[in-house]
Write a protein that binds this ligand. Structure first.
Ligand code: MN
Length: 306
């Protein structure tokens, strides 16, 4: 466990002109460019840098919140961890260990961390970091096209397709939103354990699901994991396993704002961005989504500066 300040990265969220001192930053962006088990389209190890570069095109001023949120929150970008780029090998055990330890250290320093991936299997290590610090239970709210509830996939239990099964096995409550692709094993598990699942098919035609989903969360504290393929691939085509029929932009934002207002969101991650050559739509959309998370948390926690 390190007690020194985290090393800075070469690409800062929103750009280097507005980076606060680490000590004063409420928010830490933690890039985790790890990819080992993606099974269809590859490239999510390049997600974090693409998101960070795209964030330089964001307006600091959030027109919904009527604030330059970045100056209220203070956003510090951490150096990448568990980096598999350029052919580097990081074992799943090592990725989970460094992720858990880094999260634990940042949470103990009272930072609101947004981990950016990288493949979804990383979330197991992220959530373990919160479990080291928080004694009380918290709910893992997942936005995703997929259940990620398989026990094992392609000979590993630490696959992107298994991450929510690991979390269910930790004994944490879960609420899954936007789900539209599961296998028989997952369908059986959902019934057997009576898991809370909001299916995209049932969410498509009215917005009732937003309040129902909030009401279904059994704890005050929430960890939010977003696999960006939960949102419709027409908005974010740059994912490893695209599925039609996903969440639209404004219902996603409405849900997230309600979630941050009504619950204590202790952390979040944004996973599985895999950039598409010659298109910046995906990374810009995910960068904007990340800034919206920061904005909603800033409002919810009263970080607003006069
Ligand atoms: Mn997914």
């Amino acid at each position: 466990m390190t007690s020194t300040l985290p090393q800075t990265t070469t690409i800062d969220f929103l750009g280097s002109e507005i980076v606060p001192e680490y000590e004063t930053a409420k928010v830490v962006i933690l890039p985790i460019p790890y990819e080992a088990t993606t099974s269809y389209r590859k490239g999510c190890e390049n997600g974090p840098d693409a998101l960070l570069e795209a964030s330089h095109q964001l307006e600091c001023y959030d027109e919904e919140l009527d604030r330059e949120i970045c100056f209220d929150a203070g956003i510090f970008t951490h150096a990448p961890i568990a980096d598999t780029r350029h052919g580097k090998t990081v074992s799943d055990t090592e990725m989970l260990r460094v992720t858990q330890e880094t999260l634990q250290s940042l949470i103990e320093q009272k930072k609101f961390v947004i981990s950016i991936g990288g493949e979804h299997s990383i979330t197991e290590g992220v959530v373990q970091g919160y479990r080291q610090v928080y004694q009380e239970s918290f709910t893992v709210v997942q936005i995703d096209a997929h259940g990620d509830l398989r026990h094992e996939y392609q000979d590993t239990i630490h696959s992107h397709a298994c991450v929510m099964r690991r979390i269910v096995n930790m004994g944490l409550p879960t609420v899954q939103v936007g789900i539209r692709a599961i296998c028989q094993e997952e369908a059986d598990l959902i019934k057997e354990k009576n898991l809370t699942v909001f299916r995209a098919r049932e969410m498509a035609f009215n917005l009732d699901w937003i309040e129902k989903a909030i009401a279904s969360i059994p704890t005050e504290k929430v960890f939010l994991t977003i696999d960006v393929d939960g949102i419709d691939p027409s908005l974010i085509p740059g994912v490893g396993t695209p599925e039609p029929g996903g969440l639209n932009w404004y219902s996603t934002l409405t849900f997230l704002r309600r979630l941050f207002e009504s619950k204590d969101v202790i952390g979040c991650d944004v996973m599985e961005l895999a950039p598409v050559v010659d298109s910046v739509v995906s990374e810009f959309t995910v960068a904007k989504l990340t800034y919206k998370l920061i904005g909603y948390q800033t409002l919810a926690k009263g970080w607003i500066k006069d």
